[in-house]
Write a protein that binds this ligand. Structure first.
Ligand code: 13P
Length: 250
């Protein structure tokens, strides 16, 4: 039985006072809900604050990106061990916004995945097709390519050290997510592809769903057999909504 995991992705939102209110509310609201795992990925400057508030609670924290190298002349970048220094157990890797806006390629994403595992973090490895690819019926082809880039680099046993997140790009931030059945069919495809290499890893790896996961659709999505949790953007910025989605997973 795979334990459900809900990860909040704050993206580029927040400030000290607002973060504190949200983190305090999440701690309070989830204290007695111990049958699922939760994490919040905050902007890098606030990692110390997330650590200060969340350590010792049942909510983990993480970064939203990192550099694949251990150090070097990379102005503005953050190395994997720096996230570990602030207690991160997770880091989002290959989010579509970074693939699109920062030209992160499949090989770069694979290198980041490997680097995160090397320092003991769990990468939340994002895959998903764009609207054009979706409309052209290429969803499976695209997620297979993105998945294979990491599988080629670290193998199925390496993949098992992370978490997958299928986020159809056309569903992100629109309020119109994929229907549970449509989402389930791509999740099942992903799991089957992993099973062709290693059935044990396929059975145990968690595949989260992302893209307009809201209070209204969370329970239905989470009831699908191959959906093991959620990667939540917008709704993770509102305490009551994030808590409700986490409780649905619990
Ligand atoms: P929304 O939940 O706002 O659609 O964002 C999804 C996402 O990109 C999480 O990583």
């Amino acid at each position: 039985m795979r334990r459900k995991l809900v990860v909040g992705n704050w993206k580029m939102y927040g400030n000290l006072a607002w973060n504190k209110a949200l983190l305090d509310a999440a701690v309070e609201g989830l204290r007695d809900y111990r049958n699922a795992d939760y994490a919040i990925c905050v902007p890098h400057p606030y990692l110390w604050q997330a650590q200060a508030i969340l350590q010792g609670t049942n909510i983990a924290w993480g970064g939203q990106n990192m550099n694949q190298f251990e150090g070097g002349a990379f102005t503005g970048s953050v190395a994997p061990h720096m996230l570990v220094d602030f207690g991160c157990s997770y880091v989002i890797i290959g989010h579509s916004e970074r693939r699109e806006l920062c030209n992160e390629s499949d090989p770069v994403v694979a290198a980041k995945f490997e680097a995160a595992v090397k320092v003991g973090m769990k990468p939340v490895f994002c895959i998903g097709e764009s609207r054009e690819e979706h409309e052209a019926g290429e969803a499976e082809e695209v997620v297979a390519r993105q998945l294979d880039a990491v599988l080629t680099r670290v193998g199925a046993e390496g993949l098992a050290k992370g978490v997958l997140a299928y986020e159809p790009v056309w569903a992100i931030g629109t309020g119109r997510g994929a229907s549970p059945h449509k989402a389930q069919s791509v999740h099942a495809f992903i799991r089957k592809r992993i099973a062709s290499l290693d059935s044990g890893v396929a059975a145990s790896i968690r595949i989260l769903h992302g893209g307009s996961v809201r209070v209204a659709n969370a329970a239905q999505l989470l009831s699908m057999p191959d959906i093991d949790g959620a990667l939540v953007g917008n709704a993770s910025l509102v305490a009551d909504q994030f808590i409700a989605i986490c409780r649905a997973a619990n």
